[in-house]
Design a protein around this ligand. Sequence first.
Ligand code: UDP
Ligand code: MG
Length: 333
Amino acid sequence: MLLSVVVPCFNEADSLELLHAKVTAEVAAAGEDFEVIYVDDGSSDDTLIVMRKLAESDDRVRYVSFSRNFGKESAMLAGLKHATGDAVILMDADLQHPPALIPRMVELHRQGLDQVVARRNRQGDKFVRTALSRAFYRLVNRWIEVRLVDGAGDFRLLSRPVVDSILAMPEYNRFSKAMFAWVGFDIAFIEYENVARHGGATSWSFGKLLNYAMDGLLSFNNKPLRLAIYLGLAMTSVALLYMLWIIGQATVFGNDSPGYVTLLTAVVGLGGLNMMVLGVIGEYVGRIYYEAKKRPHFLLKEAHLPAATSEGRPPAQRTAAGAEPYDLVGQPR
Ligand code: UDP
Ligand code: MG
């Protein structure tokens, strides 16, 4: 069995060497042949230089480098696309995903499981963030048809069938948490203690997280549109009842037309509602717009992907983009 370890890296020069040492030790302990695929997501620090160095000293290292920052989802996709293994392990570069779990993951995979998901607890997280995450998972699980598990992130082992299924999903808006769940197959979870980041800084601001949550709610279903219809229906019914009430009053007691505040409230309230519903529709139209363009998910400026042979991998050799026949563009076909 060949194991591929895929690591998306954005400004991770500080932790890459340590990560590589730990990962190679653990995978070797798991007793499998392996390759490590680093994806440089347009880093502005020395990440790519460190990758080249690693590739020079270790011929199990393969890497691709993006022309700019395309985001973690694209980086993971690129890694999966270029992985040749019978199973792929996805993990972060910042050592928040303990490499020590790898042997256990491989073990469970050998027992026939297709997805082995490492699930972290929330120890050491800020209270507000934990509470918000909990609320998010409760909401999202009621909302979308696949089940998302709190703490289950991108640290997971995927069998070849799962990887191929993921690669067969060409959508531009990728919410991989839900995509992994949507794919299905036999899943196992293993728990681990939350770890602080090794070097660098997280790229998640509060605003980004909020947008991520919004993506989670919107990108996997059309329930918000359905909700808009119900909201409209409810508003119309209330307005109708109120109108009947006013007409009834006017016929019984005569018309002294007060209603200025009522009118203003109704106009502003309905205006707000209209905007909101338009916003929801706009979100979906925006997504259609991005899907319709069929842009590649990423562009490579450099790739080091020596082909595997039965005698093992040929010695490392740096190749500039364009010089090789492999697919430099992340358009899954
Ligand atoms: N990452 C990436 N592209 C990005 C942002 C992050 O490839 O635009 C990588 C990053 O190098 C790390 C992983 O994704 O390996 C997780 O990122 P981070 O640690 O910032 O997120 P967190 O652990 O806080 O969720
Ligand atoms: Mg991290």
